[in-house]
Design a protein around this ligand. Structure first.
Ligand SMILES: [Zn+2]
Ligand SMILES: [Zn+2]
Length: 253
């Protein structure tokens, strides 16, 4: 198998060791150190939390545009039961100047920098936009974003900018929007990763992804073919009916 073609990974889902617990949906849990998908029900439903704060921390020079945040907000507002609303808290942090960041580096930065946490009726999510790439990047394979804990995502904005905005490339806003929404899909438990499937649609050979080629959660969102696919599009791919049904069954709209 030739893996040398320019495969560009859009996301990498980090699996923490997880003790499966099917019995905790009624208990609010404010820990930010749980596996991806562990808080999917709390993000989707209004049972425990009626509003959502999304903290966006960006390293100097790598601020996401308002178009990216507006697109994320409209994506989430059609899915999440958060009657008291979604609020963005955006702040700049010092650029570390590293070429790449490991998952451990990113977790350590979050520990120091993050300011928004779940409390009372408000649940919090966290994005960090980085001035470098991922430590697992290779010359033929770049990671654009990761979901690494139950409320935590990292976006490799420098890598995104290097692969967008030029001739024959998707716009930077479109690629950033696609990656942020795909990663949030993993936080919401897709696919079969904290949110149970209503009907089987997991593309098992490709991990926690959907088997619908047109879906936001399809695995080829993780390779360079997707970059070409985005060229004809004005907005990120949507979730297909199977993914939407799963989210609805787990408390979403
Ligand atoms: Zn993914
Ligand atoms: Zn899907």
């Amino acid at each position: 198998m030739n893996l040398k073609c320019a495969a560009v990974l859009i996301c990498l889902l980090i699996f923490a060791t997880s003790a499966c617990n099917d019995d905790d949906t009624a208990q609010p849990n404010t820990s930010t150190l749980q596996p991806v998908g562990a808080s999917s029900h709390d993000f989707l439903s209004d049972e425990n939390y009626e509003s959502l704060n999304i903290e966006i921390q960006y390293m100097t020079g790598y601020e996401p545009s308002s178009a990216v945040l507006n697109s994320l907000e409209s994506f989430l507002s059609t899915i999440l039961n958060k009657p008291a609303g979604i609020v963005f808290i955006k702040n700049e942090i010092v650029a570390e100047g590293k070429t790449t960041y490991s998952a451990a580096d990113i977790r350590a930065l979050e520990q120091i920098k993050r300011t928004q946490y779940t409390s009372n009726k408000n649940i919090a999510a966290y994005f960090i936009f980085l001035d470098g790439g991922y430590s697992e990047d290779s010359s033929s394979s770049k990671v654009l974003g990761i979901a690494y804990q139950n409320s935590s995502m990292a976006i490799f904005q420098k890598t995104i900018e290097s692969l967008s905005g030029g001739i024959g490339q998707p716009s930077t806003n479109l690629l950033s929007s696609t990656v942020t929404q795909h990663e949030f899909g993993h936080i919401l438990g897709l696919v079969n990763n904290g949110t149970d499937m209503v009907a089987q649609h997991q593309d098992v050979p490709h991990g926690k992804h959907c088997d619908d080629a047109d879906c936001l959660m399809y695995w080829t969102v993780e390779n360079s073919n997707n970059l070409a696919d985005l060229l004809g599009m004005s907005s990120p791919p949507s979730l297909d009916t199977n993914c939407l049904a799963d989210l609805k069954a787990n408390g979403g709209k």
